[in-house]
Design a protein around this ligand. Structure first.
Ligand code: FDA
Length: 308
């Protein structure tokens, strides 16, 4: 089921036609408050009272026209400025392919730098995150991150625990005082490069956290974001941190809008710093299909929208 849904996420015909179905449009509301930036901002404001911060992501990947990249970067810039004006603790998480990475990586680099400049100028300074896409982009994303780090402290990168290479990527990035969001990984990757079973992915996730916390304890400047809804794993990381004399403030917990909302509030009350990623935009289809693939029970929810 997971493989089928991930295949559907990349199918062009379905990408064009499924989002037109009314029940699909209704079902996607579970994971995003709406398509406009204003919808995302309003949702962010509702989290303010519970002490939960947000991350914005504008949906869409792989541009067909490079000029659209500027428009995407401008939209992020406006959103960060509006969030700041409304007193919302908001960061941005961008997909490089949506900023023209396939056409002109130098231009992508300068667009991210411009956003990072703006986020750094805010009081307090905010972070701009790079999402991690499929494995065809891992090397280039890490290289671009290294170049960004030469000029900006306030940039972070997402790494995926299902990739066997991630341990060495962490080692490579450690001297740069990285900001790392660790996720399990959302794409279909082959067994030569990625762990396939949940048990292996979870074990690698924990091992990566243990090694990053050890580096932190050893004096490295490193920020860790736990991008997962796996509360058991979050607790294991927190217990390990405590056992080596670090407290919860050394990492954030990051979850997606609409997933385990009860746990987001509970963790915040327990003293964890919680950040919710709010997605918006019209090009939600591939992103939504990856959410279904993570939990095929969501397909039943989507089909239930057919009922009156
Ligand atoms: P897991 O899938 O084991 O789920 C743990 C529990 O969480 C489940 O038992 C269920 O209760 C709940 N849950 C998880 N997914 C759900 C869903 N879709 N619907 C309902 N319940 C669900 N990936 C990537 O490759 N590149 C990236 O840049 C990012 N960025 C990113 C940012 C943030 C803030 C988050 C939270 C996630 C990502 N991801 C990502 C996605 C990530 O790789 C992964 O696919 C999902 O987080 C699901 O895995 P979990 O870690 O939640 O664990």
């Amino acid at each position: 089921m997971r493989r089928l849904l991930l295949w559907m996420s990349g199918n062009r015909w379905m990408r064009r036609n499924l989002p037109r179905l009314w029940f699909a449009r209704r079902a996607v509301r579970k994971f995003m408050p709406g398509e406009s930036a204003e919808d995302a901002l309003k949702a962010a404001e509702t989290f303010k009272s519970s002490g939960i911060a947000v991350l914005f992501t504008r949906l869409g990947e792989t541009l067909t026209y490079v000029g659209d990249a500027d428009e995407v970067a401008d939209a992020y810039a406006r959103l960060l400025a509006d969030a700041h004006a409304r007193g919302v603790d908001a960061e941005a998480s961008v997909k490089l392919t949506q900023l023209g990475f396939d056409f002109d990586p130098e231009r992508t680099l300068s667009l991210v730098r411009r956003l990072a400049d703006q986020a750094a100028a805010q009081e307090p300074a905010r972070t701009v995150w790079l999402d991690m896409e499929g494995s065809a982009y891992t090397d280039q994303t890490i290289e671009l991150y290294e170049r960004l780090k030469e000029t900006h402290a306030n940039v972070g990168v997402c790494l995926q625990a299902y990739l066997k290479r991630t341990y060495s990527d962490v080692e490579r990035l450690l001297p740069l005082a990285p900001r790392v969001r660790l996720v399990k990984g959302a794409y279909a990757e082959p067994p030569e490069i990625a762990y396939q079973s949940r048990r292996e992915v979870d074990a690698n996730y924990l091992a990566l956290c243990v090694s990053m916390l050890a580096a932190k304890k050893g004096g490295r400047d490193l920020f860790l974001g736990l991008g997962t809804h796996d509360v058991r794993l979050i607790q294991q990381v927190a217990d390990h941190a405590q056992s080596i004399g670090l407290d919860k403030s050394v990492f954030d917990v990051e979850m997606l809008y609409g997933i385990r909302t009860d746990q987001q509030k509970k963790l915040q009350k327990q003293g964890f710093t919680v950040r919710v990623l709010i997605a918006y935009g019209e090009a939600w289809y591939p992103w939504y299909m990856r959410r279904l693939a993570e939990r095929p029970a969501n397909v039943v929810f989507a089909l239930r929208q057919l009922l009156p």
